[in-house]
Design a protein around this ligand. Structure first.
Ligand SMILES: Cc1cc2nc3c(=O)[nH]c(=O)nc-3n(C[C@H](O)[C@H](O)[C@H](O)COP(=O)(O)OP(=O)(O)OC[C@H]3O[C@@H](n4cnc5c(N)ncnc54)[C@H](O)[C@@H]3O)c2cc1C
Length: 618
């Protein structure tokens, strides 16, 4: 069962599916007026090389609609509180998405958690109780569930307060399409400052972020009329059809929850409930999606009695370090983005300091209207530095600032949107996996995601890494597609592990033993035999009866790009190697069939470690 408090408007956006890595940022400065970030797709690097899918810049509210549709196709039903009146209590639990319900209380029980959810009935608030085995808190940055279980956030609080203005204007969309196509517009002018995100230039759909400074500036001051004026000031002319859809305040933090799991593995935080960071680099939603991906198979293994409750702890062990690392990167990137206004003489830390002084004991003795006037006066003096009168090549300070800006853009030191190593190459160092023995190698260092600054993604088969993508062709099995990705070998809709081997005698022995042990552990396992390129041209390819009596296997042939590496080279392994992949596409274990003498006890040890169970207990 899933419940949501509200339906969502377009106040947030993200670069979806772990793919902000695809974006190439090019910044163009238009003399102190508009700074445009153009998002381009870098086809040669990404298209079918490191990932089977390409990037999408997609608004969150549109994704939520898609996700709901997908859930409905899987047999879920979306229900409003009214619709629930006609359902009997037993049916309430079955595949329902309860809209308009807000979690307001929870109490751990022996078997799970009793949750209280409020909803509106005939204009009055009522409460309904649910008993859950596991409660996954995906209730956002201000998570009620996190507060109810008393988990604290650690990090930097309230870095900046902003107002998010969702608006439509085809007029502006058409202008930008023709004059300055782009996705992110950093606008600095003597009248106003803001960041405009173009969600859809054809439809004319935008979200504008403007900083605000309470208590002198109040959120209530941002009426539709005032927001329209801000849009006009930022744009520099008055598009005829601006329609403000939604206005919301939000605060920027850089914080990670001290714990992701509570109440005896029954309450689990995911997404912004577990971590909230500056929206710089497209990490927020992507990190949340990774959380859900990591957690889903673990909950399923637990509820299917394949794993022990300790598997839920591995969620925290694996995901928390990634959240901390992405928080640090987002902060670094946010600071890099601030290098532009700083170079223009608009140091954002100064604005915050001025604000703090006005809020301090000296400033606060002034009447609030005067505080507001002082604040706005100082900001207006700051912005006046952006006027053409000041910011021009003939003015020594203006010319120096323009030179500094050029060098920031030239050296690529502003906001980055490409983080291939972090988006695809993040690696769990410990958790539901069997780490390689020995020292950290260059490969492990590259995949670990613990170095600073943007880096390339280096595919790796180190345990904890995401399975590398390579295009393959089915040799004999009926697969829905002829050519597909190694990532497609892991089914998204069932709990199944994957063992990848080469067509080598010893690896077949290992695969048979692993299938046998997996059956004892009640774990579903598929074997994939990757054949070298060109195998399909030869007669007698395919594994035939080699894995008898087990039938859950598939033979595929690698499809190398010209001059690119073979599958095992890509994995930094030899064809004597084998790789065990978890249902979330991350590698659980790898080794070499040549070095394993006693296969069965070793595979038993490995599955026990991954699932947190002893063979005798299954
Ligand atoms: C301006 C901006 C730009 C961004 N850009 C990007 C980007 O480019 N890429 C990226 O990856 N991320 C981006 N993010 C971050 C991204 O939006 C968030 O990380 C993401 O929305 C978090 O998803 P979530 O499901 O955890 O929380 P949310 O999206 O906040 O959803 C929480 C849901 O829980 C509901 N809820 C709240 N309380 C309760 C309760 N008590 N009971 C029941 N339901 C409740 C809410 O109504 C809401 O529907 C951006 C954020 C902002 C503010």
């Amino acid at each position: 069962m899933v419940w949501r408090r509200t339906s969502k408007s377009c106040s947030q956006q993200w670069t979806c599916g772990g793919s902000s890595y695809i974006a190439l940022l090019s910044l163009v400065l238009f003399l102190g007026r508009w700074i445009t970030c153009n998002l381009k797709v870098v086809l040669p690097y990404f298209d079918k090389i490191v990932s089977p899918v390409s990037v999408a810049h997609f608004s969150q509210y549109k994704l939520v609609r898609l996700l709901l549709k997908r859930l409905e196709n899987l047999g879920f039903h979306t229900c409003t509180p009214d619709m629930l009146q006609s359902l009997n209590q037993d049916m309430l639990w079955e595949k329902k998405i309860l809209m308009g319900h807000e979690c307001i209380s929870l109490h751990p029980t022996d078997q799970g958690v009793m949750v209280g959810a409020s909803f509106q009935k005939e204009g009055k608030m009522e409460e309904r109780k649910f008993h859950c085995s596991i409660l996954v808190a995906s209730d956002g940055a201000r998570s009620t569930v996190r507060n109810l279980v008393g988990i604290n956030m650690k990090g930097e609080h309230d870095l900046q307060k902003l107002v998010s203005i969702h608006f439509m204007s085809k007029d502006l969309g058409q202008y930008l399409l023709q004059q300055r196509p782009g996705m992110l517009f950093f606008i600095f002018n003597p009248e106003a400052i803001g960041v405009l995100v173009a969600h859809d230039l054809n439809q004319g759909e935008f979200v504008l972020q403007v900083p605000y400074y309470p208590p002198q500036q109040k959120f209530e001051d941002f009426s539709s009329k005032v927001c329209k004026q801000i849009i006009f000031k930022l744009v520099g002319w008055e598009p005829v059809d601006v329609e403000v859809v939604d206005i919301k305040p939000w605060a920027m933090h850089a914080e990670v929850a001290e714990k992701f799991v509570s109440c005896n593995n029954r309450v689990i935080l995911v997404g912004d409930a577990a971590h909230r960071f500056p929206p710089a680099g497209g990490f927020g939603m992507n990190t949340g999606i990774q959380d859900a991906h990591n957690l889903a198979w673990k909950i399923s293994s637990l509820l299917n009695n394949i794993a022990s409750p300790s598997i839920i702890q591995t969620y925290e062990v694996e995901r928390r370090p990634i959240a901390i690392s992405n928080t640090n990167l987002s902060v670094q990137n946010f600071k890099a983005a601030m290098s532009v206004p700083t170079a223009l003489g608009l140091d954002p830390t100064m604005a915050n300091s001025v604000h703090q002084v006005i809020n301090s004991s000296i400033g606060s003795i002034l009447p609030s209207s005067m505080q507001k006037a002082v604040l706005e006066g100082i900001f207006s003096i700051g912005r006046s530095q952006l006027s053409e009168f000041f910011l021009n090549e003939d003015n020594p300070i203006g010319s120096m600032r323009l030179a500094r800006l050029r060098s920031i853009f030239h050296e690529g030191k502003s906001l980055q949107l490409q983080f291939p190593a972090e988006d695809l190459g993040f690696c769990y160092l410990e958790g539901a996996l069997v780490a390689d023995g020995g020292n950290r190698t260059l490969e492990t260092e590259a995949a670990s995601g613990h170095r600073s600054g943007p880096r390339d993604y280096i595919p790796s088969a180190k345990p904890g890494s995401r399975l590398p993508h390579m295009q393959v062709r089915a040799l004999n099995a009926s697969f829905s597609k002829d050519i597909f990705s190694t990532l497609d070998l892991i089914p998204g809709d069932k709990l199944e592990f994957l063992l990848i081997i080469a067509p080598v005698e010893k690896s077949y022995d290992l695969a048979r033993s692993t299938l046998k042990v997996a059956e004892e552990f009640k774990v579903s396992l598929k074997v994939c035999i990757i054949w070298p390129e060109g195998s399909s041209d030869k007669q007698e390819t395919g594994s035939g009866t080699k894995l008898d009596p087990w039938t859950n296997h598939i033979d595929v042939e690698e499809i190398k790009r010209s001059s690119s590496k073979s599958w095992w080279e890509l994995c930094h392994m030899t064809s004597k190697g084998f790789i065990l992949v978890r249902p979330d596409e991350h590698i659980a274990w790898r080794s070499d069939s040549d070095t394993l003498d006693n296969i069965v006890p070793e595979v038993e040890r490995v599955l026990s470690l991954i699932l947190g169970v002893e063979k005798s207990c299954v």
